[in-house]
Design a protein around this ligand. Structure first.
Ligand SMILES: Cc1ncc(COP(=O)(O)O)c(C=O)c1O
Length: 407
């Protein structure tokens, strides 16, 4: 008789965004005259840039001609895209990463979730708290954790690294030594960034203790401060201890198109075993590649026009971030993030829990945020707002929050 993976039963019921969706729908049904503005879910609103659309059209035409039609993509992705990535994202920044260390995929979520498969079940996992839930949930599904404790909001066996106002939302090295360390900068949900000096400390620590850092840089394109690292490979020794994830979703509006990549350096080994062949094996066995037309669209992001157009789009979102950050700060709120990241981490006023504040914003300002508790216990006194909305909505949302008299 078949049986199920019992580890799935450890996952608590409602997924954060469906819980939010339910409450918003209930409010809208009860108040059909109100226009609710959503600054909660991290999806983009601006259309794909012209350079990407042109590349898509050209690639579609190629697919309609016998001479230029393409079937399955190469296992690791097309060379034209891997070359563009290696040159622009790494070599130009002084990182020693070659095209053959880049694995193209259909987005960072799958890669962040799947990477744990190449590691033993007994690895101890460390995550930031608050955290992008995929890192934790994928390890729960794989049986690498104990039970979920409703009271603490934590899984047994996971090392949680609190990211608080006191440590600038950058985790301290934990008391017990982990094996796998998930780091994400610029951070979702806090919008915090890590300095090169602090990131170097993590790299040195990982090399000293034989840990692997799983570095999620999905939001690197939002960094404007020249001293903040875009890649972990800007640090000495990172080729020996780190895997990096990147995404075209927030960089170029590909959330619906789907494209990302993972960097596994050839020199990265665990107990003398190189990880590159393991990830290549996993990729080749379980994945059949991002579509040709989408990889051509990704290549166009690195063209001169593409770079310029994407930069303008990111500037648009970061101006939204500025409206939210400055507006709410001037109104007396404590706000974090929003400078090198498209997320604003808003402290709940008057000691409210994050769900209480969520309800206040929804009912009094008709604005939807994401309660920080959904990202982990250290998010309890915060709410995440995103800069991915339309300009008019963003400005109106800020005005409504200011006028709602919640403070
Ligand atoms: C930190 C982080 N990593 C990865 C992803 C997933 O990106 P993708 O759309 O490429 O799957 C997201 C998306 O919200 C994210 O916030």
């Amino acid at each position: 008789m078949a049986n199920i993976n019992q580890d799935y039963l450890k996952l608590p019921g409602s997924y954060l965004f469906s819980a939010i969706g339910k409450r918003v729908r209930a409010y809208e049904e009860a108040h059909p005259e109100k226009r609710v503005i959503r600054l909660g879910i991290g999806d983009v609103t601006q259309p794909l840039v012209p350079a990407v659309i042109d590349a898509l059209h050209r690639a579609v035409e190629e697919m309609g001609e016998a001479q230029t039609f393409r079937g399955y993509a190469p296992d690791l992705g097309y060379a034209f895209l891997r070359k563009a990535i290696a040159e622009n994202d790494y070599v130009k920044r002084g990182c020693d990463i070659s095209e053959d260390e880049i694995f193209i995929s259909d987005g960072a979520k799958c890669d962040c979730g799947n990477i744990q498969e190449i590691f033993g079940k007994d690895n101890r996992v460390a995550v930031c708290d608050p955290v992008y839930p995929v890192y934790v949930d994928s390890n729960v599904m794989a049986g690498r954790t104990g039970k979920y404790d409703e009271k603490t909001g934590r899984y047994e066996g996971v090392i949680y690294m609190p990211c608080t106002q006191e440590n600038g939302f950058v985790p301290d090295i934990p008391g017990e030594v982990p094996d796998l360390i998930y780091l994400c900068f610029p951070n979702n949900p806090t919008g915090a960034v890590i300095s090169k000096q602090k990131l170097q400390k993590w790299v040195d620590y990982a090399n000293d203790y034989g840990c692997v850092i799983l570095y999620d840089a999905a939001y690197e394109a939002y960094i404007s401060d020249p001293d903040i690292p875009h890649s972990i490979y800007e640090c000495r020794g990172a080729r020996r201890c780190a895997i990096e994830f990147r995404s075209f979703s927030k960089t170029a509006g590909f959330t619906g198109l789907r494209l990302g990549f993972t960097v596994v350096p050839r020199s990265l080994e665990v107990q003398g075993v190189p990880l590159w062949p393991l990830w290549a094996r996993r990729h080749g066995t379980k994945y059949n590649g991002a579509p040709y037309i989408v990889q051509r669209a990704g290549e166009a992001v690195y063209s001169e026009e593409g770079r310029q157009q994407v930069r303008e789009q990111i500037a648009y979102y970061m101006e939204n971030a500025g409206y939210i950050y400055d507006g709410l700060k001037a109104a007396g709120y404590h706000v974090y993030g929003g400078v090198n990241a498209p997320y604003i981490w808003l402290k709940t006023p008057r000691g409210m829990t994050s769900w209480e504040f969520f309800e206040h914003l929804l009912s009094r300002a008709n604005v939807v945020g994401t309660p920080g508790a959904g990202f982990g216990p250290s998010g309890e006194a915060y709410l995440r707002l995103t800069a991915f909305g339309r300009r008019e909505d963003t400005i109106e949302a800020v005005e409504r929050i200011k006028d709602a008299g919640i403070l």
